[in-house]
Design a protein around this ligand. Structure first.
Ligand code: FE
Length: 219
């Protein structure tokens, strides 16, 4: 059994003009699918090959961890965005954001600062932390907040391959454009709802275990 990346949830040109069809196509077909190929190669003949994607993320290091986490992170990234994204969070999510950050704009500002400020390749996240509080987080390279017991609610890819064709070195423009036009707040709200809005990481673990097939299919 090998890992296979789920279908992109929209057409290559669905995020244009904010992210071009060419960027989405290369990012999905060469990078996201590339991580699955590398993971399958890295797992050949190893006992870890029987583990789920989440177990690999939580228990391995090196090549296996990097490629497993990058599969998960990219699946989550595509779902964090959408052609009808942008605008404002819906009522329940909005209340949780206001509770944690004071205002929605403060949260967006912190999220943008985390995405712009991550040194090198990495990710910016909105998470529910172990204490059930919303916060912004950064991770470098392939790292994923699940390793720290946090529940990811949305992510922004800030590896150069996510924006360089469209924005060259202007990462800040990519981040602003993505936050203003592409974040699917309905997806973010559904992640929060699925774990009971703040009852801690045990529910979150179950949520992502149950959702495992959504993050990588076995073929
Ligand atoms: Fe990427």
């Amino acid at each position: 059994m090998s890992f296979k990346v789920p279908a992109l949830p929209y057409a290559f040109d669905a995020l244009a003009p904010h992210i071009s069809a060419r960027t989405v196509e290369l990012h999905y077909e060469k990078h996201h699918q590339g991580y699955a190929k590398k993971l399958n190669t890295a797992l050949e003949g190893k006992p870890e090959a029987e583990k789920s994607l989440e177990e690999l993320i939580l228990t391995t290091e090196g090549d296996v961890f990097n490629n497993a986490a990058q599969i998960w992170n990219h699946t989550f990234y595509w779902r964090s965005l959408g052609p009808k994204g942008g605008g404002e969070p819906t009522a329940g999510l909005r209340a949780a954001i206001v509770d944690a950050f004071g205002t929605v704009d403060t949260m967006k500002h912190e999220l943008a600062a985390a995405a712009k400020g991550e040194f090198g390749s990495g990710w910016a996240w909105l998470v529910l932390d172990k204490d059930g509080r919303l916060r912004v987080a950064q991770s470098s390279d392939a790292h994923n907040p699940l390793r720290k017991g946090h529940t990811p609610l949305l992510t922004i890819d800030v590896w150069e391959h996510a924006y360089y064709l469209d924005y060259q070195n202007r990462r800040a423009d990519y981040v602003e454009s993505l936050i203003d036009h592409l974040i699917d707040w309905g997806f973010v709200a559904s992640n929060l709802d699925a774990i009971g809005g703040g009852e801690g990481s045990r529910k979150a673990d179950r949520h992502y275990r149950e959702a495992a097939s959504e993050f990588a299919e076995r073929a």
